[in-house]
Each structure stands twice: as structure tokens, then as C-alpha cells.
Ligand binder design. Structure first.
Ligand SMILES: NC(=O)c1ccc[n+]([C@@H]2O[C@H](COP(=O)([O-])OP(=O)(O)OC[C@H]3O[C@@H](n4cnc5c(N)ncnc54)[C@H](OP(=O)(O)O)[C@@H]3O)[C@@H](O)[C@H]2O)c1
Length: 288
């Protein structure tokens, strides 16, 4: 039995991917969600659709480091090993703002920092051929571009900055690159990649903003940013499970099983180093 953890798996990309992976009864899918009721419903729907009884819903509010620690402890106690971790939960800066109870900017905390800690806590428990997939977005490179502002700005001060989402997804890519470098230097066979699903109108992400008109506009004017929930969840399922991807690491998958280069900014090494060092500090991890 292979264990797959998907954060934010009660709707959208996480849910569709969980359902597709669960079709193979060799996989146990663990839905790591902040809302118990929605998580239980998603679990029941997946079992009903696939006949796979090996699904579980576990409480995780990934925006809070305390919740991440609790989840990791309970998960290890219950299941012991991880085969695949999909860091999928995400929020838009158009819809949520403010700081978490722990004082971090909420989009940075949810889309990046919580997943950073979750990954590092689970890493010693990965199977030899484990896979980590960070869900990012082509909006890591928004129209007009962004400039690096330093980690402190993103973690605490970006309250009125509409680019908070873009920065959080850029951080996810820096995380992929740095973790890949560390895993390779340790000759680990665990892989880590970024996945961009593209603009998907059929999820809860934009909360109704992604109506038919907007979806049509993106498809026709920015086809390179347009995605479909069906094809993106198909691709994510394949990257997470197919043997052919077991050795691919450090890549950026673009709405498919094809890789491409992410933005030039995402390869600036000193930014990634700064982010790594600050993230360890924020999470209270020494000597990684
Ligand atoms: N849709 C797009 O156009 C698009 C484009 C590029 C990238 N993405 C990325 O794709 C991923 C999935 O998004 P989606 O489009 O499938 O949207 P979605 O349907 O809104 O799914 C997001 C999931 O994340 C969960 N979540 C949010 N905050 C959380 C927290 N603090 N702790 C735990 N779970 C939390 C949500 O739970 P609740 O139901 O409780 O809110 C929901 O299950 C995100 O990382 C997003 O940034 C989406």
C-alpha cells in the first residue's frame, strides 16, 4: 500500500487528483484539509466513485505551523511512511488577506511556509522512492513581472500588495529548486517537482470570479496560461504515480506531463538561499 498525502483535497485540483489516484487500490489517499465536514464528504465521494476504502481525512490547517506539526505527528503515528506528498492547498490574495494567529502574512503562510514545514517534518519518513510535488502557478511570473522584495517583506509586510499570490508561488518554485539540490547532494532517491495547473475555471479558487466570460477571455488572449481541471488532474496523477516520472526531479511541469523553464527570477540562487534560511528560522528548525 502506497500512501499519498494531498493538502486541500476537498475540492478542485486536489479532490480530482485524489479521486484519480484512488482508482488504483494500491494507493491510500490521505486528504489533509482544514474543514472536517468538507473533508469527510470528499472522502465519502471518493470511496463511492472508486470503491477504494483506503481513504482518510486528517485535519490540517496548513496556514498554521502548530497545525502542521500536529498533523505530521499524528500522520507518522498512524501510517509511518509517505510515498507521495502533493502540496496543493492554496488561497488567492484576491480573496484572503491579513495575518495568521502566528503573525505571518496569510497567503505566504498557506501557499508556501506551511508546506515547507510539512515537507521537512515528513521527509525522514519518505519511502526510498518518494515524490514531492509543489503546486505552483504560472502567476509566479504575472503579466508585468515582479521583483524580489526580500523574504521579510513577503512573510510579514505584504499586506496591501496584490502580488502576494505571485510571490507565494514563486517561493514554491524556489523551495523546489533548493530541496532538489539538497536531495541530490545527499544521493536521495526522493524527488521534488513543481506543477502549474494553469487557470482553471472549474474549481473554487476564484470563488465565482472565474465565470464563463473570464474563462473564455483567458483561453483566447492568454492560451499559455489556460488550464483545464480534467487534463491538469490527469497530468498530476501521472507525475505522482507513473514509474516513468520516478527519477525526474527539480523540474517545472506546465499543465501537462511536459516540463519547461519557469521564470528567470525563479532561478536566482541567492533569493532561494535567503528564503530557505529564513524559512528554517521561522519554523524553528536548526541544522538542515
Ligand atoms: N484554479 C486556478 O486557476 C489555479 C491556477 C494556478 C494554480 N492553482 C493552484 O492550484 C491549487 C488548488 O487550487 P484549486 O484551483 O483546486 O482551488 P480550490 O478548489 O479552492 O482548492 C483549494 C483547496 O485548498 C484548501 N485550503 C485553503 N486554505 C487551506 C488551509 N489553510 N489549510 C488546508 N487547506 C486549505 C481549500 O479548502 P477549503 O475548501 O476549506 O477552502 C481547498 O480544498 C492551489 O495551490 C492553487 O494556487 C489554481
Amino acid at each position: 500500500m502506497k500512501n499519498v498525502i494531498i493538502t486541500g483535497a476537498n475540492s478542485g485540483l486536489g479532490f480530482e487528483t485524489a479521486k484519480k489516484i484512488a482508482k488504483d487500490k494500491d494507493y491510500r489517499v490521505i486528504l489533509a484539509c482544514r474543514n472536517d465536514e468538507k473533508a469527510k464528504q470528499a472522502m465519502a465521494d471518493i470511496t463511492a466513485a472508486t470503491g477504494n476504502e483506503n481513504t482518510d481525512a486528517m485535519k490540517l490547517d496548513v496556514s498554521l505551523l502548530s497545525s502542521v506539526r500536529k498533523f505530521a505527528e499524528e500522520y507518522i503515528e498512524k501510517y509511518g511512511t509517505v510515498n507521495v506528498l502533493i502540496n496543493n492547498a492554496g488561497i488567492s490574495s484576491m480573496r484572503e488577506s491579513g495575518t495568521t494567529a502566528e503573525g505571518f502574512e496569510v497567503v505566504f503562510a498557506t501557499n508556501y511556509l506551511g508546506h515547507f514545514l510539512l515537507t521537512l517534518l515528513l521527509l525522514p519518513h519518505f519511502s526510498d522512492v518518494g515524490r514531492i510535488i509543489n503546486i505552483t502557478s504560472d502567476m509566479h511570473n504575472p503579466p508585468g513581472g515582479i521583483e524580489w522584495q526580500g523574504v521579510e517583506y513577503l512573510a510579514y509586510k505584504a499586506m496591501a500588495d496584490r502580488r502576494r499570490y505571485a510571490y507565494s508561488k514563486l517561493c514554491a518554485i524556489y523551495f523546489t529548486h533548493k530541496l532538489d539540490e539538497i536531495l541530490k547532494s545527499r544521493e536521495s532517491s526522493v524527488t521534488v517537482n513543481s506543477f502549474n495547473p494553469g487557470f482553471m475555471a472549474a474549481t473554487n479558487f476564484s470563488g465565482g470570479h472565474a465565470d464563463k466570460l473570464r474563462s473564455f477571455a483567458v483561453k483566447t488572449t492568454m492560451p499559455e496560461r489556460y488550464g483545464e481541471l480534467g487534463s491538469s488532474s490527469d497530468a498530476l496523477t501521472r507525475i505522482a504515480t507513473e514509474e516513468g516520472f520516478s527519477k525526474v526531479s527539480g523540474e517545472y511541469f506546465d499543465r501537462s506531463v511536459n516540463t519547461k523553464r519557469s521564470s528567470d527570477l525563479s532561478y536566482v540562487k541567492e533569493n532561494g538561499e535567503e528564503l530557505w534560511a529564513k524559512s528554517l528560522e521561522y519554523c524553528g528548525i536548526k541544522g538542515y
